[in-house]
Design a protein around this ligand. Sequence first.
Ligand code: HEC
Length: 409
Amino acid sequence: MGAYYLDWLNLFFRWFHVIAGVAWIGASFYFVWLDMSLQKPPEWKAKKGISGDLWAVHGGGFYEIAKYKLEPEEMPKTLHWFKWEAYTTWLTGMAMLSIVYYANATAYLVDPSKIAFTNIQAIAVSLAFLFGSYLIYELIVRSHIGKNKLVFSVTIFILIVIATWGSYQLFSDRASFIHVGAILGTIMAGNVFFGIMPAQRALVDCVRKGEKPGPDVAALALMARNRSVMNNYFTLPLIFIMISNHYPMMYSHAQGWLVLVFVGIITATARHFFNEKHLGRNKPGYLIVPAIATLALIFWMRPAPIEAAPAPVVSATTTTDSATAGVASGDEAMMAVVHERCTTCHAAQPTQAGFAAPPAGIILQTPEDMKIHKAKIVTAVQSGYMPLGNITKLTDEERQQLVAYTSGL
Ligand code: HEC
């Protein structure tokens, strides 16, 4: 029953998380586009201190947008800040991390073939890893490294590669991807909370008091600018990670951490192309890097050809089921393995604790079921992704036989 209610919480928070994320990233895309599309205003607007001018039509109305070089002549009564989108996305994301990965740590967070953490240990390590990574980022962005754009970007990129590799040493494959996403999301929300908001507050304070912004405000603004740029480049990799749990071929690859590094390079360089395009520098040449990297990734990740099917034999553990002991038929012998190792979860009514419904809607009872999901099963079993966390202790021999049997269906 607990698993049933947890599924509802999962559904609610995932939905909420996506809505908040769309609002946040949507606003962020819009403002990046806006900033880069502003044009020189006519003289009469420039005199008022307007530095950027833009007209748009949307939803049946004309919009006139003006960006002030410094401050408006008079502070408006209502000023929109755009911060709750970021905070809500982060909070609901942390809720998702708890609902999916902490509440069912045995299945989703821990991979005993990497480190056999207890659930509590795994959750503690996960939190330390996440907030530790964020702390390192925060120290760097505030140090002198944070002031040089190039050095700053390269340092952060290298540290994220290390974190990606580290995540793969600690957690299950799927959790590893999500932890990198959680780090990126935490950095982005942290950038808003600890950098961008304080800089905006300082600026607004100055304007309200009628003071000219001093060097301390300018320093805050510069740091906020660097943080914004970082957020801009993180958006595409982060969205990729958000949807990645639908693609086990990505995260359960034997070198999953390297796959993610590749994806990071592809998505961040693609983002760079769009940034340049918005600035009026439409250089398709910039797409060469992501295009070549994508092709290289597709080629490198292709699965190894499957070895010729060895005669399926009933392994020692499955012979306990006397009905199938010694049966020569491939179907029956293999289905006995499937029933023992897979159907505890992949049944209309799973018997595995923590599962209320067949995961991914996949039921594995009969050879026909196996045939229907053949392609996915081969990938999932061959890559070691299934059984999840190898809870049901599929042996290497059974794994090989199952891949050969299923691909022969
Ligand atoms: C502990 C429960 C559990 C066991 C045991 C288990 N699975 Fe799964 N399986 C899951 C969950 C949960 C998902 C959905 C995972 C996701 O969304 O990434 C899944 C997804 C799958 C998928 C879909 C993957 C995709 O590409 O979307 C396949 C295929 C699969 N399992 C096959 C198997 C096979 C074959 C076995 C036995 C060797 C097995 N599973 C054992 C829990 C389990």
